[in-house]
Design a protein around this ligand. Structure first.
Ligand code: NDP
Ligand code: 8X3
Length: 254
C-alpha cells in the first residue's frame, strides 16, 4: 500500500492545497472536514485525477466522541498513517478583549487547540506501533507574536506552538517527527470566516499587497515531509515578502 496522509480541514485553503500536493505524490489520503458536498467533490476529483484511494471523514474536530467514532471506523490498513496534517482551524472576530464574543472564543479554543489534541492522541497511537510517522501542526505568525485584537486567536496559536514542542519531546521515543509550520498572511477563506461571511471586509485584508497562497504552504509542507528519515524540520515561519511582522506590512499606495 502507498503511504497515507490524514489531512484535517481539507475542504478549503491550505488543507485542500495539501490534499492536491500529497495526491500528486501518490499518497493515499484521509480527508477530514465538516462540509460534505465539498469534501466529496474534492475527494472524487483527486481520486480520478491521480488514481489514488481516498477515505472521507465527515467530522467536526470539536466533537470528541463523534470524531473518535468516525476515525475508528477506518479499516485497519488505513490506520497506518504516515503523515498527519493538523490544519483544521479558524479565527472568529477581531475585537479587543473587553468586547470579545465568548462564543467565538469557545469556537477558536475548541477547534484550534482541543480539536488538534483529540486528533493527535488518536493518530499518534496509530503511529507508535510503526515506530515512525510525521505530525505537521499548522501554527501561525499569530503563535509567535500577538497583535491588537488578535488576543484569543493568538493564544490558540501560541498553544499550538507549545504543543508542537511538547509533542516533539513526548513522541521522540517512537521515532515520530513533529513539525510546526507557521504562515503569515495566506489568502484563503480564513478572513471570510473570521469576519463571518463579510467578503468585502475580508478582501480588504489582502488589498494592495501580494499575500501567500495556499500552494506556497503545501509546497513547504511537502519539502518538510520529503526530507530524509534522519532529518526533521522543527519549525518554519513563512511570510509574504511584503510582511515583516504580523502588523508591519508594505502595502502598495501606503
Ligand atoms: P480556510 O478557512 O480556507 O480553511 C479552514 C479549513 O478548516 C476548512 O477546510 C474547514 O472545513 C476546516 N475546519 C474549520 N473548523 C473545523 C472543524 N470544527 N472541524 C473540522 N474541520 C474544520 O482557512 P486556511 O486554509 O487559511 O486555514 C487553515 C489553517 O491555517 C488554520 O489552522 C489557520 O489558523 C491557519 N493559518 C491560516 C493563515 C492565513 O492567513 N490564512 C495564516 C496562518 C495560519 P469545514 O468548514 O468544511 O469543516
Ligand atoms: C492567520 C494569520 O496574521 O491573521 O493565522 O493572524 S493572522
Amino acid at each position: 500500500m502507498s503511504k497515507i496522509a490524514l489531512i484535517t480541514g481539507a475542504t478549503s485553503g491550505i488543507g485542500e492545497a495539501c490534499a492536491h500536493t500529497f495526491a500528486q505524490q501518490g499518497y493515499q489520503l484521509i480527508l477530514l472536514a465538516r462540509r460534505e458536498d465539498r469534501l466529496t467533490k474534492i475527494a472524487h476529483h483527486l481520486a480520478d485525477k491521480y488514481e489514488i484511494e481516498i477515505k472521507q471523514v465527515l467530522a467536526d474536530v470539536r466533537d470528541k466522541k463523534s470524531l473518535s467514532a468516525a476515525l475508528e471506523t477506518l479499516p485497519a490498513d488505513w490506520k497506518k498513517v504516515d503523515v498527519l496534517v493538523n490544519n483544521a482551524g479558524l479565527s472568529q472576530g477581531l475585537d479587543p478583549i473587553d468586547q470579545g464574543n465568548t462564543d467565538d472564543w469557545d469556537t477558536m479554543i475548541d477547534t484550534n487547540v482541543k480539536g488538534l489534541l483529540y486528533i493527535t492522541k488518536i493518530v499518534s497511537n496509530w503511529m507508535i506501533p510503526n515506530q515512525s510517522g510525521h505530525i505537521i501542526n499548522i501554527g501561525s505568525i499569530a503563535g509567535k507574536e500577538v497583535y491588537p485584537n488578535g488576543n484569543v486567536y493568538c493564544a490558540t496559536k501560541h498553544a499550538v506552538d507549545a504543543l508542537s514542542k511538547a509533542m516533539r519531546i513526548d513522541l521522540l521515543p517512537y521515532g515520530i517527527k513533529v513539525t510546526e509550520i507557521n504562515p503569515g498572511m495566506v489568502e484563503t477563506e480564513f478572513s471570510v470566516v473570521r469576519f463571518k461571511g463579510d467578503e468585502d471586509r475580508a478582501k480588504k485584508v489582502y488589498e494592495n499587497l501580494e499575500p501567500l497562497i495556499a500552494d506556497d504552504i503545501a509546497d513547504a509542507i511537502w519539502y518538510v515531509v520529503s526530507r530524509p528519515k534522519h532529518v526533521n524540520i522543527n519549525d518554519m515561519l513563512i511570510m509574504p515578502t511584503v510582511q515583516a511582522t504580523a502588523t508591519i506590512i508594505n502595502r502598495k499606495n501606503g
